[in-house]
Write a protein that binds this ligand. Structure first.
Ligand code: TXA
Ligand code: MG
Length: 323
């Protein structure tokens, strides 16, 4: 079982030995290892059961350090870095050879992020290597937003979890790159598109498709509970399932169903806040997934604020591999 605590020097000494440590970030918890140590990186893939064609994000704490790992930062991306780092933004940048090919699955670009969580920031400040860290969940499952989520799934496999409480943003970082001089978004996440566009103008959103080699890891079915997850008009679905006698859970955006027991329904936000919904999303999916129900019913949010990114995760949870 992993030890859980707030001991930065213990985390540092484990990482220096090549061990893996789970770290808190403002988005989700990461499964971290020394990004310059190919053995540690290989252990990350193995621990998560992650296919090696799905590249990792490296984390560090300053633009000066970033410049040690990438050849340059194209101007529009630098503008985003200066404005939104530390924060829920990942940039795809041309890598230097010091970054092992295993980190980038052989791609020429490396995904880089400066996270804002104070505990992880302090840890990164003491390290002279970046941390490669995918979300600390088994491949394909829901990302962890508390130390306990990490413990319940990877606790047997890692020595230490740095406990930074529950994640403030709750959704993974927004991934941004530059292609043919154009700023492109490859994953919707904790930084709103609107905020990016306010700085660099209109951007193109290119999400997963099998012909999109830029985001090899963004399989359509991802962030998925183990129970069937169905999206639709909640009032209708709840009535139908109540009649059918099937045991089900409900994940709503502000709706409450008096005919259904309280512990089988979770509202992501009662005030219509898409940010609150994002923060609550993954913990709520996990809680419903652990109930003795055979299906989870849910609904989409309005496509504003973080609604678009939350909806992306809801759609992926509802998708099957063959979709
Ligand atoms: O918020 C986050 O980004 C969290 C925290 C821990 O920082 N990390 C995270 O990592 O979500 P992960 O591994 O679960 O997702 C990283 C995504 C993958 O979908 C991967 O395909 C994409 O980033 N990615 C990484 N490097 C890439 C590259 N060079 N080009 C295109 N996509 C890349
Ligand atoms: Mg992930």
């Amino acid at each position: 079982m992993a030890e859980i605590g707030e001991d930065i020097s213990l985390a540092k000494s484990l990482l220096l030995k090549g061990d893996l440590v789970a770290i808190p970030t403002e988005t989700v918890y990461g499964l971290a290892g020394n990004a310059l140590d190919a053995d540690a990186v290989a252990r990350i893939f193995e621990t998560k059961n992650r296919p090696s064609f799905d590249p990792l994000i490296i984390h560090t704490d300053s633009l000066e350090k970033v410049s040690r790992f990438v050849t340059h930062i194209p101007a529009p991306l630098e503008k985003l870095a200066e404005k939104f780092w530390p924060g829920p933004l990942t940039l795809l940048l041309p890598k230097k050879s010091i970054i092992p090919d295993l980190v980038t699955s052989g791609l020429e670009t490396v995904a880089v992020r400066i996270p804002s969580h104070p505990l992880t920031k302090s840890l990164l400040e003491t390290l002279d290597f970046p941390l490669a860290a995918p979300s600390a969940n088994p491949f394909g499952y829901i990302s962890p937003t508390t130390a306990q989520h990490v413990e319940s799934q990877l606790g047997e496999k890692i020595p230490y979890i740095l406990d930074g409480g529950s994640c403030k943003v709750g959704l993974e970082s927004t991934i941004v790159g530059l292609e043919d001089g154009q700023v492109k978004v490859y994953r919707l996440g904790g930084l709103e598109i609107q905020a990016i566009e306010n700085l660099v103008g209109k951007v193109q959103v290119v999400l997963h498709s099998s012909s999109n080699p830029k985001s090899p890891g963004m399989l359509k079915s991802h962030y998925a509970p183990t129970k069937p997850f169905i999206l639709g008009e909640l009032n209708e679905m709840v009535d139908k399932y109540l009649l059918s006698g099937t045991d089900f859970g409900v994940l709503s955006f502000g709706k409450h169903f008096p005919k259904l027991s309280e512990n089988r329904q979770i509202s992501l936000s009662d005030t219509g806040s898409t940010h609150e919904a994002a923060k609550n999303l993954f913990a709520a999916m996990r809680a419903l997934d652990s109930l003795d129900v055979s299906v989870i019913l849910s609904e989409l949010l309005p496509e504003e604020g973080l609604g678009r990114a939350v909806n992306d995760r809801l759609r992926r949870a509802a998708a099957t591999e063959s979709d």
